[in-house]
Design a protein around this ligand. Structure first.
Ligand code: DGI
Ligand code: FE
Ligand code: FE
Length: 195
């Protein structure tokens, strides 16, 4: 499926605001992927185009998908904002017919992150955070960092999200903390080895 066809398919599922966000994520993800170098552009585009596919689905429908597929129950317990990522991955597979596991995994983890993220998972997670239509405190610093070092930028995005949730007295999905710890550890280990 090419990007034009994918955008036409996703459009009726999104509000105009969310569609504009989606195009921003797509362009940012391709930009970040170019820096990394070893990703397939079409996979990057499709992951980005469909990442918020389920954003406006009925919450109970999404909960029932998570139960039926036996995904981690914590996706239901830690706040409704998390539902659209795993439910979206499932619906993109079953309704759109995308069965590329890399794309599906990037969509599945795009909200929370997880430990040991691969390049496509990092690119989508970060692009979702820094695409040009995002405006919130700290985003400009993450954008600048993304130009220099994608891993450092992912850590900043994770740190900001965790801090934001904590300030609002909200719980933090465990995998988000694992993602943060895992990447901080790997960046330190790399620095200690001298590159
Ligand atoms: O779907 P988007 O708005 O483009 O972005 P997203 O999929 O990253 O969702 C952002 C929302 O998810 C935002 O309200 C914060 C929330 N969120 C992200 N990580 C966690 C989280 N909420 C909880 N409870 N726990 C998390 O770890
Ligand atoms: Fe999302
Ligand atoms: Fe998004």
């Amino acid at each position: 499926m090419d990007k034009t066809a994918a955008l036409e398919i996703v459009k009726p599922h999104l509000t105009e605001h969310r569609y504009i966000h989606t195009v921003g994520v797509m362009e940012t993800a391709v930009y970040l992927a170019d820096k990394i170098g070893n990703l397939h552009q079409n996979e990057v585009e499709l992951a980005a185009i469909f990442h918020d596919y389920a954003k406006f689905r009925d919450k109970e429908e999404m909960r029932s998908i998570i139960r039926q597929q036996e995904y981690d129950k914590k996706f239901i317990d830690y706040g409704d904002e998390l539902l659209h990522a795993p439910a979206g991955a499932y619906l993109v597979k079953t309704e759109i017919g995308i069965d590329n596991e890399e794309i599906l995994s990037a969509i599945f983890w795009h909200t929370t992150g997880k430990e040991d993220m691969n390049n496509l998972e990092k690119v989508l997670f970060l692009a979702d955070y820094i695409e040009p239509n995002r405006i919130f405190p700290g985003v400009e610093e993450v954008r600048r960092t993304a130009d220099e070092n994608i891993d450092e930028a992912v850590v900043m995005a994770l740190r900001n999200t965790i801090t934001f949730l904590m300030k609002k007295q909200q719980s933090v999905f465990p995998k988000t903390l694992y993602a943060y710890n895992d990447m901080v550890y790997k960046i330190k280990r790399k620095a200690n080895r001298g590159g």
